[in-house]
Ligand binder design. Structure first.
Ligand SMILES: *Cc1c(COP(=O)(O)O)cnc(C)c1O
Length: 437
């Protein structure tokens, strides 16, 4: 008999002479509970870990096989030569391929993403994005992506994918008809990558329209959505027809600006299995300690994001009226009809990120950053602490002039990620910093 902590199918499995039992000793967890409950109840059974209420951290790099036959079978399954039986938990092999803390975390991420059946975790958001592109873009097929993209993703495309020979095509975020036409016009299309809302100008792109276009395309390209800014709480790309949802879990999922992680989710478990196969080769699985930390943050994602969004909405709507503010970028303050339409069908709440254009250009923004007392001048977003940055000289400093103009990133733009502090304190801080003389 072998006890092992595993995923949703956590079970005591009795493996003898290579025979895999059909029946698990434990009942499967009922799947009808709501996400807030599921995240605290699935993926981990304390009885398999001496009653420990929290999962232990399994730091082992290798796992002892229950039998040589079980080892052979585990390799067959991981290499895709054998299909696992329903409910089967194959022996673990080696941590670059898989490990219990990743299994627990992957299992608990699933209920947070509406429509997901499986997930894979990575040691950063960039690792998740890179692995999906390399794993899902077939040879000779092109990548279509919305612009602007996260700076790192943009660099990855220009500095790695294009030199490797991949054909990539940008299309303006939010341009629903333009994106549909670009999908239809690309005979060699293999993958579409959408980031919505875009960073830092919060332009929203219609996921459902892109999903319809890829389904009509003869190649049936895959549609991946970087859901870092509003997911998993306020935007559900799989429900709108996306094939893959990507995350920098460093942001809202992690929530405390103290770890790097990434995740990929899909309604298609085989697609996730393919991504895991690539992950095993690249060696970019999230390590056990990080999995454990991130796993402890999942039950508060919704609480934090709702509080942060409420804070941001109150603050944005008041700061917008300040005489120093030339323009504000925030979903509840959209004026464009198409943007309002996408916002209303695709998102539940406006989120905690807003950007301002200040009168006075870069100097005014730098003064504003210097005068802040609570908000911290740092890149990144989604943490419980309020972070503020000047994208033009930091996160987006490597963009060409054309890309900056297309993305609407001017010298006078400042990006704010609102945390969980009291909104009145933050509002006072912003108002004081704007009242510069
Ligand atoms: C931060 C971020 C990434 C990259 O994630 P890392 O965890 O820093 O590697 C990708 N996409 C978006 C939208 C991000 O905000």
């Amino acid at each position: 008999m072998k006890l092992r902590q595993a995923g949703a199918d956590s079970a005591t499995i009795n493996i003898k002479d290579g025979q895999v039992p059909q029946e698990n000793a434990m009942p499967r967890f009922p799947y009808h509970v709501r996400p807030e409950t599921a995240v605290l109840t699935r993926g981990f059974d304390p009885r398999l870990s001496v009653g420990s209420a929290r999962p232990p951290v399994y730091r082992s790099s290798t796992y002892v096989f229950s039998s040589p036959e079980a080892a052979e079978r585990a390799f067959g399954i991981v290499l895709g030569k054998i299909r696992p039986l329903d409910g089967e938990t194959p022996d673990l092999i080696y941590t670059r391929l898989n490990h219990p803390n990743a299994q627990i975390l992957e299992d608990q991420l699933v209920p947070l993403e509406r429509g997901a059946a499986a997930s894979a975790v990575f040691n950063s958001g960039m690792a998740a994005i890179f692995t999906v592109i390399i794993g899902c873009l077939e040879r000779g097929r092109s990548l279509l992506y919305t612009q602007p993209l996260y700076g790192g993703t943009q660099h990855l495309i220009h500095q790695v994918l294009e030199p490797l020979g991949f054909v990539t095509k940008p299309v303006g975020a939010g341009e629903t008809e333009g994106i549909t036409r670009a999908i239809e016009a690309s005979d060699d299309l293999g993958l579409v990558l959408i980031e919505t809302p875009s960073n830092p100008t919060l332009v929203m792109t219609d996921i459902a329209a892109a999903a319809e276009a890829v389904r009509r395309h003869p190649n049936r390209p895959l549609l991946a959505v970087d859901n870092t800014l509003l997911g998993p709480t306020f935007q559900h790309p799989l429900v709108h027809g996306a094939d893959l949802v990507l995350y920098s879990a460093t942001k809202f999922l992690g929530g405390f600006s103290d770890l790097l992680a990434g995740a990929v989710l899909s309604a298609d478990s085989e697609l996730i299995q393919r991504v895991r196969g690539m992950r095993a080769l690249f060696g970019n699985i999230l390590q056990a300690d990080e999995c454990w930390i991130l796993n402890s943050r999942l039950s508060t994602v919704r609480l934090r994001m709702e509080r942060q969004s409420k804070n941001a909405q109150r603050i944005a709507e008041q700061v917008a009226a300040h005489s120093r503010v030339e323009r504000i970028f925030y979903p509840s303050l959209f004026t464009d009809r198409e943007q309002i339409r996408i916002r209303d069908v695709q998102t539940d709440y406006p989120g905690s990120l807003f950007s301002l254009e200040l009168h006075g250009g870069r100097l005014a923004v730098f003064d504003f950053l210097r005068r802040l007392q609570i908000g911290r001048n740092a890149v990144s977003l989604g943490g419980v602490e309020t972070l503020v940055c000047h994208p033009r000289t930091t996160t987006h400093s490597e963009l060409s002039e054309d890309e900056l103009a297309a993305a609407g990133i001017s010298e006078s733009l400042v990006r704010i990620s609102v945390g969980t502090e009291h909104w009145r304190d933050l509002l006072d801080d912003f108002m004081h910093a704007l009242d510069m003389e």
